[in-house]
Design a protein around this ligand. Structure first.
Ligand code: NAP
Length: 332
C-alpha cells in the first residue's frame, strides 16, 4: 500500500514538507483489539504540522507515517472486534506503526467512532478531534456560568464550533484574529466582536470589551504575548484555558498581581484527558448528539479542498498559507 513517509523531523516547515515522500510499504497487521481501516480522507491539522517539525508531544520511530485523524471503512479486525467489520468510522490514530496519511492504517477499537450511516465521509474525516474539543471547552464556559467567551485563532475550525455553540446558548464571543481578511469573513458570517491582534487600539478594545461583556472564560490556542494580553484584559475571577500553542512561543506578560489578588486562573485542556475522565457512556452520547448536528448541517467543518497523496506538498502549502480557509483533506 502507499503511504506518506517522513524521513526526519525538521523545525523548518518548508524543509519538513519537502522531505515528505510517497512510498510502497507493507500493509499494517491488526493486533489485539485493533482494526484495519481503508482510508477515505485524512485532514491536515496543526498537530500534523507540529509533528513533522518534531515539536509535537507525539514522536514516532522514524521513518514514520504522519496523520492523526481520518474517516474510512473497517476492512479487517482482530477476533475481539469482528462486529466492526464493514463499519464506516472516524478514527484518531497515534500509533507508531503508521498514520492516517496512507491508503490503510490500523487503529485501536477504543479510538474509533462508529458513524451514523447518514454522516458525510469528508466531514467524518475531521470529526474525532475539533468538534469534541470545542464541546469540552464550551462545557467549561457553561460550568463557569460565563456571560461571554474570549478566544483567539478565531478563523480556525475549533473556534468556529465554539462560536456556534455559544450562539446557540446565547453567550457572547469576543474573537481575535491576525489577518484583516479573516476579520471581514467572520463579521460577514455574523461574528459580532472581532479584534485584530495587530491593531494599535487592540489592547484598549480588548480590555473594554472584556469588561463590558463580562468575558470570564478565555480559550487560548496561540500562546506568546497574546495569551498574556488576554489574561490581563479579563475581569477578576476569570480563567484562561490553554489548548494550543500555534505561535510556538511561551505564554508571556501575564500580570502576577491578577493571579494573587484577582483570583484569575490559567489551566490547560487536552482532548484525550477530557475523554478519559468522562463517565461511562458519556462520550457515545455526546458523539451521537454531535453527529446529529452534522447530519442536520447545524455544524460542519470548512473544507478548502481535497488532494491525492501524490499532491501532498501542494495541499500542505495551501493549508499553511490559508489556515482560516478550512481543512485540506488527503484522499489516498
Ligand atoms: N488541546 C487539544 O486537545 C486540542 C484539540 C484540537 C485542536 N487543538 C489545537 O487547537 C488549535 C486550533 O486547531 P484547529 O484545527 O481549530 O485550527 P485550524 O482550523 O487549522 O486553523 C488554525 C487557525 O489558527 C490561526 N493561527 C495559526 N497560527 C497562528 C499564530 N501564530 N497566531 C495567531 N493565529 C494563528 C490560523 O489563522 P491564519 O489563517 O491567520 O493562519 C487559523 O485561523 C491548534 O493549536 C490545535 O493543535 C488542541
Amino acid at each position: 500500500m502507499k503511504s506518506i513517509i517522513l524521513p526526519a523531523y525538521n523545525k523548518n516547515i518548508i524543509r519538513a514538507m519537502l522531505s515528505l515522500g510517497i512510498e510502497d510499504v507493507d500493509m499494517p497487521q491488526v493486533g489485539e483489539h485493533e482494526v484495519l481501516v481503508k482510508t477515505h480522507a485524512a485532514p491536515v491539522n496543526p498537530s500534523d504540522i507540529a509533528f513533522i517539525q518534531g515539536s509535537y508531544n507525539i514522536k514516532k520511530t522514524l521513518p514514520a507515517a504522519p496523520g492523526f485523524e481520518a474517516s474510512g471503512k473497517v476492512v479487517a479486525t482482530a477476533d475481539s472486534c469482528k462486529q466492526l467489520l464493514g463499519k464506516k468510522i472516524s478514527a484518531f490514530v497515534q500509533d507508531d506503526r503508521g498514520g492516517s496519511w496512507a491508503e490503510y492504517f490500523v487503529a485501536n477499537k477504543n479510538d474509533l467512532i462508529v458513524l451514523d450511516a447518514q454522516m458525510d465521509m469528508d466531514q467524518a474525516a475531521c470529526f474525532t478531534v475539533n468538534p469534541f474539543t470545542a464541546y469540552g471547552l464550551f462545557e467549561i464556559a457553561l460550568m463557569r456560568e460565563s456571560k461571554a467567551i474570549l478566544q483567539n485563532a478565531s478563523g480556525g475550525q475549533t473556534a468556529a464550533f465554539i462560536r456556534k455553540m455559544a450562539e446557540d446558548a446565547g453567550m457572547a464571543v469576543i474573537d481575535i484574529v491576525r489577518k484583516e481578511e479573516v476579520k471581514s469573513q467572520l463579521m460577514d458570517n455574523g461574528a459580532k466582536y472581532v479584534l485584530l491582534e495587530n491593531d494599535e487600539s487592540f489592547e484598549d478594545e480588548l480590555i473594554s470589551l472584556c469588561k463590558k461583556l463580562e468575558a470570564t472564560t478565555a480559550f487560548d490556542a496561540v500562546g506568546g504575548p497574546l495569551a498574556g494580553s488576554m489574561f490581563n484584559a479579563m475581569p477578576a475571577d476569570s480563567e484562561l484555558v490553554c489548548y494550543g500553542g500555534l505561535s510556538g512561543k511561551a505564554m508571556s506578560g501575564l500580570d502576577t498581581m491578577d493571579v494573587i489578588f484577582d483570583n484569575k486562573i490559567i489551566s490547560g485542556f487536552n482532548l484525550m484527558d477530557w475523554k478519559a475522565e468522562l463517565e461511562e457512556g458519556a462520550f457515545e452520547s455526546i458523539s451521537m448528539d454531535l453527529q446529529k448536528k452534522f447530519i442536520n448541517h447545524q455544524l460542519s467543518t470548512d473544507i478548502q479542498g481535497s488532494i491525492p497523496l501524490e499532491k501532498l506538498a501542494r495541499g500542505l502549502k495551501s493549508y499553511i498559507s490559508n489556515m482560516s480557509g478550512g481543512k485540506v483533506l488527503i484522499k489516498p
